[in-house]
Design a protein around this ligand. Sequence first.
Ligand code: ATP
Ligand code: MG
Length: 292
Amino acid sequence: MSSASALALRRGVSGSPLRDPAPVRADADAGVATGTGALLQVDGVSLEYRTAQRVVRATHQVSFDVFEADRFVLLGPSGCGKSTLLKAVAGFIPPVDGEIRLDGRRIVQPGPDRIVVFQEFDQLPPWKTVRQNVMFPLRASGVLGRKEAEERALHYLDKVGLARFADVHPHQLSGGMKQRVAIARALAMQPRVLLMDEPFAALDALTRRRMQEELLALWEEVRFTLLFVTHSIEEALLVGNRIALLSPHPGRMRAEINSHGFDQHSLGGEAFQATAQRIQRLLFEEEQVASS
Ligand SMILES: Nc1ncnc2c1ncn2[C@@H]1O[C@H](COP(=O)(O)OP(=O)(O)OP(=O)(O)O)[C@@H](O)[C@H]1O
Ligand SMILES: [Mg+2]
C-alpha cells in the first residue's frame, strides 16, 4: 500500500474521543490478511541477545495485538525487555521464537512503515537544519521528491508548533523542541506504526507533561497508530488507550489494562488512582513471586 493511501486509511478511521468507551479499531486491510483485524501482531515472541559468553533472554513468549489508531503502551520495570520488543517490531532483532506481523506479513527487516522516536536528544544529525532533518528520511527512502518532501516537512513541523524554527540547527533548540522535531520527522514518513521508546523520559517534569498532552492532541488530529514504551505508570495511563504490563526480566505478559478513559483531566481522580494502584500491585506481586 502506498503511504498516501495508508494516510487516507488512518484519516478514514472513525474518530472517537479519548473518553469514548469503545477502543478505536478499524479493520483496514489487516483483517483480510489476518482475520483478526489487528494491524500489528506480536505472537509468542521470545527475544534473546547472544554474546560470546552467554545468552540473555530479554522477553519470553510475549503476545499482543495492536489495532489501527491504538495508543498501545508497553509498561514494565527496567530490564523487562520493552526496548528490545520495540527494536524487534522495528525489524532490528529477529525473534528466536514466535513472530511479529504487520498487516498480516511477517516483519523481517526495518522499513519505512515503522519509525522509531528515541529518548535521546541527539537523534537529529546536528549539521542539518530542522527542515533538512525532517526532509531527510523522506528523500533518502525515495518516498517523495524534493519539493513534496519540503512541503510535507513544513506541514508536520507546523503540527508540532515548530514551523518558525525550520531553518535553525538542533543545538539551538531545547530538549523538548528536539523531541518535537523527532516526532515531526517520524510522522512525516506517515508510518503504519509510530514506535516511541521513552521519548519524554529525559525531559523535566513540566515539559514532559506538556509533551504528553501535545502527543494526545496530535493523535486526535492525525490518528496515527502508536506503540509507546515507558516505565512510568502515570505516563502509561495518560498516553495509552491499552497497556501491556510486562513482568520483570525476562519480560512476559503479565496483564493487559484498558486505559482509554484517562486523559490529563483524570490525573489524581479516583478511577485513575485505582487503576494506577492495580498496576502497582500487579508489578509488586510479580516482584515478590520472582524473588521468593
Ligand atoms: N545489547 C545487549 N546485549 C546483551 N544483553 C542486552 C543488550 N541489550 C539489552 N540487554 C538485556 O536484555 C534485557 C532487556 O533489556 P531492554 O533494554 O529491552 O529492557 P527495558 O525494559 O527497555 O529496560 P529500561 O526500562 O531500563 O530501558 C536486559 O536484561 C538487558 O540487560
Ligand atoms: Mg529501554
